[in-house]
Design a protein around this ligand. Structure first.
Ligand SMILES: [Zn+2]
Ligand SMILES: [Zn+2]
Length: 338
């Protein structure tokens, strides 16, 4: 089959590789659509927990074309999405409802071959049948939406909370929609790119502001006592350092954007103490595929405006370069198409 391979850091190729072999407890999925995400870039730059060589890709949906001999609940031809996080089910964290911290964690597209390929094998226990009417594009968004579901389970949104989000990339734009449904009184977003600002407004942001000399005054005018919730969806350390000042006392800060592994920021523990702040991390997802599918199937989260490029596998190198340069929103690969 044809696949994208990262043989080592900062190197990529689209080449022919052997088809995946279906283990007894696995299914093989013909990939219909798969999304490129910031994690893939971190993998490419060797800033993440994967080894080389790797076939990346962890956001995907497709059709089952092979079923392992021990699998009883899936059939050939069924459309599925796969939770790329493979939990062991028996470690301390798995047995404590915290599977995203599984001690024996494996990731499709991270520690084992992923979906930037015509076919991908995965354990059947991680596959979810797609409801009728959910598109391939939506199926490939279930994983990122699941990460937002996990984040919203970590946060405690109170009716009337003022929300401030930094970064209107695809994840920021999903967060806007999710937080608009959570009872927040305002969802304000800060973003550099004009198109993304317009999209944020279209998708429910109560205000979308570009950074500049007037930013501080604009943010403070909207929430004189500060924001109950501040979300970082940029992953940029220098930006994160500027975000805490907008939290109101008792506020919650959510670190959602993925920062390079060795990055540090300056932070005042005194402010944390004096203002009763809560700082929340949100790593990947934790059995949140089902609520994410329900959000997508019911139109709570609209992902179609977030797709800027939909290209065949062969165009991966050019699309990935554009993505890395920040010139895209979500790029989806269509491995079946030429
Ligand atoms: Zn991702
Ligand atoms: Zn485990």
């Amino acid at each position: 089959m044809q696949a994208v391979v990262f043989p080592k850091a900062e190197v990529l190729a689209v080449e022919r590789v052997p088809d995946p072999i279906c283990a007894p407890d696995e299914v093989v999925v013909r990939v219909a659509a798969t999304g490129i995400c910031g994690t893939d870039l971190h993998i490419f730059r060797n800033e993440y927990m994967s080894d080389f060589p790797v076939i990346p890709g962890h956001e995907f949906g497709g059709v089952i074309v092979e079923v392992g001999k021990d699998v009883t609940d899936f059939k050939l031809g069924e459309r599925v999405a796969v939770d790329p996080n493979l939990y062991c089910g028996h470690c301390y964290f798995c047995r404590n409802e915290q599977s995203n911290h599984c001690l024996n964690w494996q990731g499709v597209g991270i520690t084992r071959p992923g979906s930037f390929a015509e076919y991908v094998a995965a354990p059947a226990r991680a596959a979810y049948k797609l409801p009728e009417g959910l598109s391939d594009a939506q199926a490939a968004f279930i994983e990122p939406v699941s990460c937002v579901v996990h984040a919203l389970k970590r946060l405690r949104v109170w009716p009337g909370d003022e929300v401030l989000i930094f970064g209107a990339g695809p994840m920021g734009l999903i967060l806007v929609q999710a937080l608009r449904h959570s009872g927040a009184s305002q969802v304000v977003i800060v973003e550099k790119q004009a198109e993304r600002l317009a999209l944020a407004r279209q998708l429910g942001a109560t205000a979308a502001i570009s950074p500049g000399p007037d930013l501080d005054a604009a943010l403070r005018a909207r929430a004189p006592y500060g924001y109950a919730i501040v979300v970082d969806a940029t992953g940029v350390p220098a930006v994160i350092e500027t975000e805490f000042q907008y939290l109101k006392p008792r506020g919650q800060f959510l670190q959602f954007g993925v920062v390079p592994k060795n990055a540090t920021i300056r932070f005042s523990p005194y402010d944390l103490f004096q203002h009763d702040w809560t700082v929340i991390g949100s790593f990947a997802l934790c059995y949140t595929f089902q609520p994410a599918i329900a959000w997508l199937a019911n139109g709570v989260v609209d992902i179609n405006p977030l797709i800027s490029h939909s290209v065949p596998l062969a165009q991966f190198p050019a699309a990935f370069a554009q993505f890395a340069a920040g010139q895209t929103l979500k790029v989806q690969l269509r491995p079946g198409s030429a």
